[in-house]
Design a protein around this ligand. Structure first.
Ligand code: SAM
Ligand code: SF4
Length: 392
C-alpha cells in the first residue's frame, strides 16, 4: 500500500515553498511580456492561470500539478548512466565517469518510487538511460512495474543493441512500447557517429521487436549538419517501407562535451524542408497529438506519419507532463533543470513515512517546474549532467 499524500501534507509542502517567477522579463509592457512567453513556449491563454498563486484544490493536488496547471503523467526513469555506444551528440568517445554503483538505485527502490508516482497520477513510465538494456534484472523490473495499480503504460527508449534477444521477454513481462534510436542507415557512418561497429545489432533488434506485441516501433533520429543531415528522406523512405514510425529530434544542448551550438544545429524547419523535397507533408492539428512532443505530419496524404520534435526551436513546454528520476535517485522536473531533489537518502532511511516523504519530494519538485526550458535566453545554463546521466 502506498500512502497517498494527505491534503494537509500537500498544503504544508506548497505553503513552505516560495513559488518561483523564473522567467526573464521582456523589455516591454507586461501584456507584451506575457504574449511573448506564451508564444515562445506554446502556452494558450488558459494556461499559466495558476502561476504565482497557491494551488489549493484537493482534487488537483492529489495529482502532480505544477503552478502552470500542467499535470504530470509521465515519469521517465533512467536505469543506468552507462552505455555501449558513444553518440557524438551525447558523450565523448572515451565515455564518462560513471555513477558509482552504490549510488545507483536498487530494483526495489526504483519500483517503490514508481509505485508512489503511480499512486499520484503518473500513468506512463518510460525506461531510459544511458542504455536501459544494460540494466541487470530489466525483465524483472518491467514485470514488477506491470503489476502496479493502476497499471501504467511502460515504454522503453533504447539504442537497440541487445533488443534482438530481449524484445520478446520484455513484451511478455509487460513492456508496452519501444522507441529505438537510429540516426543513419549507413553502417560506416553509424560507426563514425557512435564510435562502435554495431549497426547490424540495432537492425537485428528492430526486426526482433517487430515480431512482438511492441509493434509498431518508433525510431528516433537526430540529424547533425555535415554528419547525417542528407539522410532525412532516406530514413523516412526506409521507415515507411518497414512500418516504422519515424521521429526526428532536434539536437539539444545536453552533450557531455558542451559542444552544441545553436548556429550549427539543424532546425525543425530545415528538417521539414529536406523531407519536402521527396514527400508531401500535411501537418496534423495540435489536438490530434495531445501532450506528445512531436509535431506529426501525414506523409503523401497518409495514413503514415512522420514526427518532428523541435525541442529547441518549437518547444512543447506548454504541454509538458514529464518528470524524471535519475539512476542515482534524483528527481528532475525538466531535462534542462539545473536543480534536482534527492529521494535516495529517504529511500535508504528508516521510518513508517518513507512513501509520504518521497511523495513530498515529487510534489515539491513539480511545484518548482519552470514555464519553459529557457534555451536561447541570455541566462540559459546547460545542465551539468549530460543527457545520458539525466535519462533521455
Ligand atoms: N541509449 C538510449 C537511446 O539512445 O535511445 C536511451 C538514452 S538516449 C539519451 C535517449 C534519446 O536521447 C535518444 O533518442 C538519443 O538520440 C537522444 N539524445 C541524446 N543526446 C541528445 C541530444 N544532445 N540532443 C537530442 N537528442 C539526444
Ligand atoms: Fe548511448 Fe543513447 Fe547517449 Fe547514444 S544517445 S551514447 S546510445 S545514451
Amino acid at each position: 500500500m502506498v500512502n497517498i499524500l494527505s491534503d494537509q501534507r500537500i498544503s504544508a509542502i506548497t505553503g513552505a515553498l516560495t513559488l518561483p517567477l523564473p522567467l526573464r522579463k521582456c523589455e516591454t509592457s507586461e501584456d507584451q511580456h506575457d504574449r511573448c512567453e506564451r508564444e515562445r513556449y506554446g502556452f494558450g491563454s488558459e494556461n499559466g492561470a495558476l502561476h504565482g498563486t497557491k494551488v489549493s484544490s484537493p482534487l488537483t493536488m492529489a495529482h502532480l500539478q505544477d503552478t502552470f496547471g500542467r499535470v504530470k503523467r509521465d515519469l521517465r526513469i533512467s536505469l543506468t548512466d552507462r552505455c555501449n555506444l558513444r553518440c557524438s551528440y551525447c558523450m565523448p568517445p572515451e565515455g564518462l565517469p560513471w555513477i558509482p554503483q552504490p549510488e545507483i538505485l536498487t530494483d526495489d527502490e526504483i519500483v517503490r518510487v514508481s509505485k508512489i508516482a503511480v499512486a499520484h497520477g503518473i500513468t506512463k513510465l518510460r525506461l531510459t538511460g544511458g542504455e536501459p538494456l544494460l540494466r541487470p534484472n530489466l525483465i524483472d523490473i518491467v514485470g514488477r512495474m506491470s503489476k502496479l495499480n493502476p497499471r501504467p503504460d511502460i515504454a522503453l527508449t533504447t539504442n537497440g543493441i541487445g533488443l534482438a534477444h530481449l524484445a520478446a521477454p520484455l513484451a511478455a513481462a509487460g513492456l508496452t512500447r519501444v522507441n529505438v534510436s537510429l540516426d543513419t542507415l549507413q553502417p560506416a557512418r553509424f560507426k563514425a557517429l557512435t564510435h562502435r561497429d554495431r549497426f547490424d545489432d540495432v537492425i537485428a533488434g528492430l526486426h526482433a521487436a517487430k515480431e512482438t506485441a511492441l509493434a509498431p516501433i518508433k525510431v528516433n533520429s537526430v540529424l547533425m549538419r555535415g554528419v547525417n543531415d542528407d539522410e532525412a528522406p532516406a530514413l523516412l523512405r526506409w521507415a515507411l517501407d518497414n512500418d516504422i514510425r519515424l521521429r526526428f529530434i532536434e539536437q539539444m544542448p545536453l552533450d557531455a562535451q558542451h559542444g552544441w551550438q545553436r548556429e550549427t544545429m539543424l532546425t525543425a524547419v530545415q528538417i521539414i524542408e529536406s523531407l519536402a523535397q521527396d514527400f508531401v507533408l500535411t501537418p496534423l492539428t495540435k489536438g490530434e497529438r495531445g501532450s506528445a512532443p512531436a509535431e506529426e505530419f501525414l506523409v503523401d496524404g497518409g495514413p503514415a506519419t512522420v514526427g518532428i520534435i523541435g525541442s529547441v526551436t518549437r518547444p512543447f513546454c506548454a504541454d509538458c507532463d514529464r518528470i524524471r528520476l535519475t539512476a542515482d535517485g534524483q528527481i528532475r522536473n525538466c531535462l534542462f533543470a539545473t536543480e534536482e531533489d534527492s529521494v535516495r537518502e529517504i529511500l535508504r532511511s528508516s521510518g513508517a513515512d518513507i512513501d509520504e516523504r518521497v511523495a513530498a519530494v515529487l510534489f515539491g519538485s513539480v511545484l518548482k517546474k519552470k514555464k519553459g526550458h529557457g534555451i536561447g535566453e541570455p541566462d540559459f545554463v546547460q545542465p551539468i549532467r549530460p543527457m545520458s546521466a539525466i535519462g533521455g
